[in-house]
Design a protein around this ligand. Structure first.
Ligand SMILES: Cc1ncc(COP(=O)(O)O)c(C=O)c1O
Length: 584
């Protein structure tokens, strides 16, 4: 038994009281207030973003190998939660935290979570989720309308029609994508005489019966890894997620897509593959770019292929007219996924998948004797998941509290911050922006101004130069310098993590101006409405300061590379980086 922990005598009476309300309603409210204060304190703290505790130290805290036996007082466990967990949680709501899609949330979300927990509805069936089942249908109809904008009569007929489902509320975007591809797979290998369908007979029999050697899913190289996972689970196989290269705007190269279809589709003289789905992305995870959905839609439907749009990141931007143009074609997609815990500013986690046709989810419909009976009105007949929380309350209430107009203002600020960060980075001179996002994600790297100028000079040089040998040497050196900066960026990112006063994430892209070379980049996601110009300037100044120090270790290697191709090294005093360091 742990020392210093007060144990409560186990009695059924004590436990029973825990269930109705802790002891009495007063106690419940007292604990609730204490808890809210504790949460509030967490937001007040000005310490680092990740807490200074190390991962081994955390392992030592959570190393109790035996299960708790006798009960402890709630207040003691709450206090343990504070010191062991809350104090060492990541401050994803900090205005200096601009690294991931997980960000600040409005405070009313915490209250909504309390309602969700208190009601404890299970959305799987009407017997455990009454009004909340209707809320879910209403939200799905709103979202369906937002994406597909079908006629009024369609929504009037189906908004509360229990015989069909316009979509599913899922636990996250990955399950949304899985559900979309599940439906696509069923449609690709329909049952007929002699074949009971993939669900019953499996992929092997589906391919054999329909005369294909494999089923494939096409997505760009920017595709989220959840697509691969879905292919794995659905028996399609990760190897059969065929990636198509992107253009300089990180959008699927549609010419390459057409070519690939020709090599796969037997009707066009290709190998004997069945294309199960083409996946367009509306808001790429790494770069915030949107595929040309209208072109993809045309290609997919001309070839009779299911067209899925992964709008897990960007979907909510459809709320704002200004952004709708970027999504042209989404209204003709077969399925679309959207996450609520991203641009709807809801806490973890909730996704959704919507189907243009109200009939599509019938392909995965199931029933059971004890719940979700065939003729019931249970939502669970149409979902991959079983028990589900009343998570849809969050976007449902949030759409009312914030409204389309409010989301418009939030996205305006996100756009402004994206442009601002770009400007601040350019102002420092020592950074290079490496994408042009529609949706609030900027990738860039530190590169001292003189190094950048030299690289750009070299890149221009070969075009006008007739000397083939020199051109080759220069091209090789560009690759070598980039490799060096890649290693540097990894180190810089680690140094920034150690500093912990700011946070951006990191990824590697093949689609920058140095394509096809892989370039390591810093990645900023600019959706936190609490982040203002002042914070962005501080974030960049911190990165510049730490990077300049670190570059001293890398500079000699760079200079050797320059000398190898006959370049002249400027004296240290002339270096723009040195000037910036002096200013800070
Ligand atoms: C484009 C895209 N699709 C799918 C997902 C998966 O979403 P989730 O993490 O909610 O499962 C993400 C997550 O970042 C994403 O950006």
């Amino acid at each position: 038994m742990q020392r210093g922990i007060k144990r409560v005598k186990s009695s059924f009476e004590y436990l029973r009281k825990l269930f109705i309300m802790p002891d009495s309603p007063d106690k419940f409210i007292e604990f609730g207030r204490e808890l809210l204060e504790m949460i509030h304190d967490f937001f007040q703290e000005k310490t680092g973003i990740h807490s200074s505790i190390t991962l081994p130290e955390l392992s030592n805290i959570f190393n109790q190998t035996s299960l708790p036996d006798s009960p402890q007082l709630i207040k003691d466990v709450l206090s343990e939660i504070k010191t062991k967990i809350i104090d060492h949680s990541v401050k994803v709501g900090s205005p200096y935290y601009i690294g991931h899609m997980t960000s600040a949330i409005p405070y009313f979300m915490i209250l909504l979570e309390m309602i969700i927990a208190a009601l404890n509805q299970n959305q799987v069936k009407i017997e455990t989720a009454k009004a909340s089942s209707f809320v879910e249908r209403e939200l799905l109809a709103w979202m369906h309308r937002l994406v597909f904008n079908r006629r009024d009569a369609f929504y009037e007929r189906h908004i509360q029609n229990p015989r069909i489902a316009l979509g599913n509320i899922t636990s996250d975007g990955s399950v949304g994508n899985l559900t979309a591809l599940f439906v696509a797979r069923e449609k690709a290998f329909p049952p007929d005489e002699g074949f009971m369908g993939v669900r019953a007979s499996g992929m092997h029999e589906a391919l054999r019966h329909h005369g294909y050697t494999r089923g494939v899913v096409l997505v760009s190289t920017r595709g989220h890894y959840s697509i691969r996972k879905a292919a794995n689970i659905l028996g399609i196989g990760e190897e059969n997620v065929v990636t198509i290269a992107v253009d300089s705007g990180n959008r699927m190269d549609t010419k390459k897509l057409k070519k690939k279809i020709k090599t796969l589709d037997p009707r066009l003289g290709g190998e004997n593959a069945k294309i199960i789905a083409i996946v367009g992305i509306a808001g790429t995870t790494e770069t915030g770019n949107i595929d040309r959905l209208d072109v993809l839609e045309e290609i997919a439907h001309e070839a009779g292929i299911h067209f899925h749009v992964d709008a897990c990141w960007g979907g909510p931007a459809l709320l704002v007219d200004e952004y709708r143009g970027f999504f042209k074609g989404i209204e003709k997609a077969d399925s679309v996924t959207i996450d609520a815990h991203k641009l709807f500013y809801c806490p973890m986690s909730m996704g959704m998948v919507l189907f243009r046709s109200e009939k599509d989810l019938n392909t995965i419909r199931h029933s059971s004797q004890y719940i979700i009976r065939r003729n019931s009105v249970d939502t669970g007949r149409f979902t991959l998941e079983g028990s589900r929380p009343f998570a849809c309350l969050k976007p449902w209430a949030s759409l009312k509290i914030i409204g389309r107009e409010g989301y418009g203002l939030l996205f305006k600020q996100a756009r402004r911050n994206t442009d601002l960060l770009k400007k601040v980075l350019e102002g420092f001179g020592n950074f290079e922006c490496l994408n042009n996002p529609e949706l609030f994600i900027l990738t860039y790297r530190f590169i001292p101004e003189d190094v950048k100028e030299r690289l750009y000079g070299w890149k221009r040089e070969p075009a006008g130069s007739g000397d083939k040998k020199r051109r080759k040497a220069v091209e090789k050196t560009i690759v070598k310098v980039n490799r060096l900066i890649n290693a540097f960026t990894v180190k810089l990112h680690k140094a920034l993590r150690r500093d912990d006063s700011t946070f951006v994430s990191r990824t590697t892209l093949e689609s920058t101006r140095y394509r096809p070379q892989q370039i390591v980049v810093l990645r900023a996601v600019l959706i936190n409405p609490l982040t203002t110009k002042k914070f962005l300037e501080q974030i960049v100044a911190t990165q510049n300061r730490i990077a300049l120090q670190l570059w001293q270790d890398f500079r000699p290697a760079y200079e050797r590379m320059v000398e190898e191709v006959g370049g002249v090294i400027p004296s240290t005093r002339e270096l723009p980086g040195a000037k910036a360091a002096h200013l800070l």
